[in-house]
Each structure stands twice: as structure tokens, then as C-alpha cells.
Design a protein around this ligand. Structure first.
Ligand SMILES: CC(C)(COP(=O)(O)OP(=O)(O)OC[C@H]1O[C@@H](n2cnc3c(N)ncnc32)[C@H](O)[C@@H]1OP(=O)(O)O)[C@@H](O)C(=O)NCCC(=O)NCCS
Length: 204
């Protein structure tokens, strides 16, 4: 598959104040490193499990040092490992009046060969992260970020977009339902007692 080659500013300017920019992996993300880090740090503990506990944005493996008591230093470090893994992904960044409001991380060509319901889909566009700063929520920023996937240059967007969240994440489930996603797979108690991992998909 051809790598995504896009002008950095997508056409998805949803109104006068919101701009969506495509940050390619590596240097692209690094150019907005403070903004991406800021969003991940602020939302860290809203995720289940927290981003700072994870080894990367795709696996559900936890950092091995979690078996050790949290020290002030490890608590201060925040989602460093998750962030490092995000740098190798594409990121859409939303700015409101020029200031960061939210991000969407994605892999344009992701195939999960092991999970029932996903393996036979072939490569999909996988949304790995979507997060909006609390003071910008409920004003359509996440909706705009997700919709901006449609503005990626061909053939970046696969016929199917997939995403993963957890069953108690009412906000994200509402967002994805609104954007036309349907449930593909539930992994019961995957994130703790009574908390499933939920995979969803929509046609691009
Ligand atoms: C989930 C999240 C990205 C939504 O961002 P947002 O910009 O506020 O979302 P939008 O304004 O585009 O809202 C889209 C839809 O999501 C749902 N939604 C968003 N916030 C909600 C809330 N507090 N309660 C219920 N539904 C909510 C609604 O269906 C909403 O549509 P509506 O406003 O027409 O009712 C944001 O709450 C967030 O960053 N949460 C923490 C991180 C997270 O959980 N990310 C998803 C992990 S997979």
C-alpha cells in the first residue's frame, strides 16, 4: 500500500474555528509533539486501563513495572510508552482557534489475524486513539476528527474502519454509534470484572 501523502491541512474544516491537520508518523507527529503529549497526558486516566499503564496503543499488555508499587517518579512520567508507540502512527489533530483540542491516531492498513470477526475483514483503517480535551467536549470535535478520515487521499482509507473501546465508555460508544459503527466482537471481562473490550466497525 502506498504511504499516505497528503497536504498537512485536510479539507475538513468543520467551521470557521476548527481545523484538522494530518500528522504523518515520525517527523509529522514530532512537529506537534507538545500538543499530542498534552492531550494524551490530560486524558490518560480516563482510559481503562490508563494509557500510562499500557505498553502501546494496540496491545492490551500492561507495563511490567506495574507489578511494582507506583513511585512519584513513575506517576509523574505519564503515558510515555503509549506516546512513543503513537509516534509511529498517523495522527489527526484538531485545533480550535489555533489551539489543540483533540487527536485521533490511526493505522491506515491494519490487519488483526487472530480475532474472530476481524481476521476475515482483511486490512482495515484502525482508529487506535481518539481523545478530546475536557474543555472542548460535546462540541463536535471528535465527530469532526472521525469524519476527517474520509478526507484522506486515496488509497489511504480502507473499505472498513475499525476501532476498539470498553463497554462502560458511554461517551465513546455514543460517538461511534453516531458515526455509523456497529459492534463486531465483545471480549467479556477483558478489562476487569464486568468491563468488556468492544470492537466496532463501519464501512468507509
Ligand atoms: C469520547 C470523546 C472522544 C468524545 O469527544 P467529543 O468531542 O466530546 O464528542 P462529540 O462532541 O463529537 O460527540 C459525539 C457524540 O458522542 C456522544 N457523547 C459524547 N460525549 C458524551 C457524553 N458526555 N455523554 C453521552 N454521550 C456522549 C454523543 O452521542 C455525541 O453526539 P451528540 O452530541 O449529538 O449527542 C471524549 O469524551 C473523550 O476524549 N473521552 C476520553 C477519552 C476516550 O474515552 N476516548 C475513546 C477511547 S476509545
Amino acid at each position: 500500500m502506498e504511504p499516505v501523502r497528503a497536504p498537512p491541512l485536510l479539507s475538513a474544516v468543520v467551521d470557521r474555528n476548527v481545523e484538522i491537520e494530518l500528522l504523518p508518523p515520525g517527523n509529522g507527529v514530532d512537529a506537534s509533539i507538545d500538543d499530542v503529549w498534552h492531550v494524551l497526558s490530560v486524558v490518560d486516566e480516563e482510559f481503562v486501563p490508563p494509557l500510562s499503564a499500557r505498553t502501546d496503543s494496540l496491545s492490551m499488555e500492561l507495563r511490567s513495572d506495574l507489578t511494582q508499587p507506583l513511585t512519584p517518579e513513575s506517576m509523574f512520567n505519564g503515558p510515555v510508552t503509549y506516546f512513543e508507540s503513537s509516534r509511529s502512527e498517523f495522527t489527526l489533530i484538531a485545533r480550535v482557534d489555533g489551539k489543540v483540542a483533540g487527536i485521533l491516531g490511526f493505522l491506515p492498513d491494519y490487519h488483526d489475524p487472530h480475532l474472530p470477526g476481524l481476521s476475515d475483514l482483511g486490512p482495515t483503517t484502525r482508529v487506535t486513539t481518539i481523545a478530546v480535551l475536557p474543555n472542548h467536549r460535546r462540541s463536535g470535535v471528535a465527530t469532526a476528527l472521525e469524519a476527517a478520515l474520509a478526507d484522506l487521499p486515496e488509497p489511504s482509507l480502507r473499505p472498513t474502519v475499525t476501532v476498539r473501546t470498553w463497554s462502560t465508555n458511554r461517551k465513546a460508544l455514543g460517538l461511534f454509534r453516531k458515526r455509523g459503527y456497529g459492534a463486531l466482537l465483545h471480549l467479556p471481562d477483558d478489562r476487569g470484572p464486568g468491563i468488556s473490550t468492544v470492537y466496532l466497525s463501519r464501512s468507509a
